[in-house]
Design a protein around this ligand. Structure first.
Ligand code: GLC
Length: 566
């Protein structure tokens, strides 16, 4: 990088930092002089409750299981857990079909167990985030049972009912995300109802103010119980065009054999933003945070979810990040674009719907090293990271190999093209005992064979494990002002192999250099010309080190170092 350019970016960083601190004093509930809120300093951790820890040995994880692992989460460096739906549900979509928004499914425990979890978490400074399934309920929810009972039922207009185009013909061509028509005929009233996902997940009608009121009340109810926020499920699909225009068909077919279509009339309608503003107003009353499952095609779409006046989601997830290839230029370009877009970035590398990053990026030979590179990357960027359980120990996606073993209905329907999401939802690997210490009974999904080499107990004893590396970086993230509050400055922007950047806060700076290639790399940063010198390694892989301004990185090596003023 040209020295003059380095100087320019440092000045820009200083100006940014000053602007940030001048607005700080005015922000209520700020946790630092920059005006950041608690969730901007927090590390979030997603728990799929069926698969985390099974306290009653029925093969399915539960809330008491989560409570028993809170010390582990605290020691790891987790500040908030997001629990995917644990509400009463027929479990057609493993909890994403909610039949009562204000209770706990008996398979996970009771409301009393939830209260214990919340209070034990609080003792350890861990906040609880629940998953709010806003787009649809279960067809077993009392609202839908009433809605389908007659055209004049009190809740009829809480869902989307329409006449077919003709006998046996749905109202339009909309296709469900999970295959087939998005309309299901109901003989009781001779109309079709709309479901973006499974037929057992009818879409709520958010154009009806009664639906909005009832759903906002659900959030109030949980805030009073101590919940610190929600991850809002499937927010892109809350509204549909009332004229029910057909979606344009585009070439190709999905895994279920349906023609592909551009979802012009049933996703991302502008009315979504009114709902998000309403949910935000309620959240603000409780100091709560809203995280969004926001599948966006570009950064300007992502930007919209923060709201024009920062009055919608505080944390729309950057799920585009999960689509990038393992390539320094690709990550560099994306991060730069997100960083200047104006919102607080939210980085995710895996979740319960996506192939785990361990094997998405792993080359089969260096997966542990690559897992460390990814950890060092998203845990040191400006923004909030959301981890996925098991990522910190290098858990591998383990999809079923036979159709008869598949549990996720989309895998049953789409086999073999779509194997479903069982592979990324396997039980947490706690130790090398039977069932990986997850349960004494046969787990609902098989434990992957990798539990013998990748499990919490063994990795805690091995200072070179993926887990120990995560712990080191997470601890830095909580203590380094540069990592918490600093600006992001890309370095060596033409390097095809090494992604490197500075995080600068006032006179503190951290250098992060990540070798995304399989060969040794030596990189010169010319930092000494500009007032910094590279010095103390804070976290690095065994054969990566700094000498003056240069850093040598082993294949897939990581160097994170504190820079001192010259
Ligand atoms: C979200 C969830 C996914 C679920 C779907 C329908 O995408 O993450 O697991 O199947 O919504 O609720």
């Amino acid at each position: 990088m040209k020295p003059r350019f380095v100087f320019a970016v440092m000045v820009a960083a200083f100006v940014c930092a000053s602007l940030l601190s001048s607005s700080a004093q005015t922000s209520p509930n700020a946790v630092d002089a920059e005006g950041h809120q608690w969730w901007q300093h927090a590390v979030f951790y997603e728990i799929y409750p069926r698969s985390f820890a099974d306290s009653n040995n029925d093969g399915i994880g539960d809330l008491k299981g989560i409570t028993s692992k809170l010390d582990y989460l605290r020691d790891l460096g987790v500040d908030a857990v997001w629990i995917t739906p644990c509400f009463p549900s027929p479990q057609v979509d493993f909890g994403y079909d909610v039949s009562d928004y204000e209770n706990i499914d008996p398979m996970y425990g009771t409301l009393a167990d939830f209260d214990t979890l919340a209070s034990e978490a609080k003792k350890r400074n861990i906040r609880i985030i629940l998953d709010f399934v806003v787009n649809h309920s279960s067809d077993q929810h009392k609202w839908f049972i009433d809605s389908r009972s007659s055209k004049t039922a009190e809740h009829r207009d809480w869902y989307i009912w329409r006449d077919g185009k003709g006998p046996g013909q749905p109202p339009n061509n909309w296709v469900s995300e999970f295959g087939g028509s998005a309309w299901k005929f109901d003989p009781t009233t001779n109309q079709f109802y709309y479901h973006f996902f499974y037929a057992e997940q009818p879409d709520l009608n958010w154009r009806n103010p009664a639906v909005k009121d009832a759903m906002l009340d659900v959030t109030r109810w949980w805030y009073h119980r101590g919940v610190a926020g929600f991850r809002l499920d499937a927010v892109d699909t809350l509204f549909e065009d009332p004229g029910l225009h057909d979606n344009p068909v585009v070439p190709g077919k999905n895994a279920y054999g349906d023609p592909l279509q551009e979802r012009k009339y049933n996703t991302k309608l502008p009315e979504v933003h009114d709902v998000l503003r309403g949910l935000r107003q309620v959240a603000d009353g409780s100091g709560a945070v809203l995280i969004g499952e926001t599948w966006t095609k570009d950064i300007s779409e992502l930007r919209q979810y923060y709201g024009d006046h920062s009055d919608e989601l505080q944390m729309p997830m950057d799920l585009m990040f999960t689509k990038l290839r393992f390539s320094a230029p690709e990550f560099r370009q994306h991060i730069a674009a997100v960083d200047v877009a104006g919102g607080w970035p939210v980085y995710v590398i895996s979740n319960h719907d996506i192939v785990r990053s361990y094997d998405r990026y792993g080359d089969g030979q260096h997966n542990d090293q690559i897992a460390r590179v990814m950890a060092a990357l998203y845990l040191t960027l400006r923004g909030t990271p959301i981890m996925y359980y098991g990522e910190e120990i290098g858990m591998k996606t383990t999809p079923p190999t036979r159709k008869e073993d598949v549990k996720d209905p989309i895998g049953k329907r789409g086999w073999p093209k779509e194997k479903g999401r069982d592979g990324e939802r396997t039980p947490m690997q706690w130790d090398r005992s039977e069932n990986a210490g997850f349960s004494k009974a046969t787990p609902w999904l098989p434990v992957p064979p990798t539990y013998k080499t990748h499990n919490v107990a063994d990795e805690l004893k091995d200072k070179n494990s993926v887990l120990e590396f995560y712990k080191r970086v997470l601890s830095l993230r909580h203590t380094s002002r540069a990592l918490l509050d600093g600006s992001y400055i890309a370095l060596n922007e033409n390097d095809p192999n090494v992604l490197s950047y500075l995080r600068i806060y006032k006179d503190q700076a951290v250098l992060v250099a990540l070798n995304m290639s399989g060969s040794t790399q030596k990189v010169d940063f010319e930092l000494s010309h500009h007032g910094f010198s590279s010095s103390k390694a804070l976290a690095s892989t065994p054969k990566s080190s700094a000498h003056g301004d240069a850093v040598t990185l082993e294949p897939f090596g990581v160097f994170i170092g504190e820079l001192s003023k010259k």
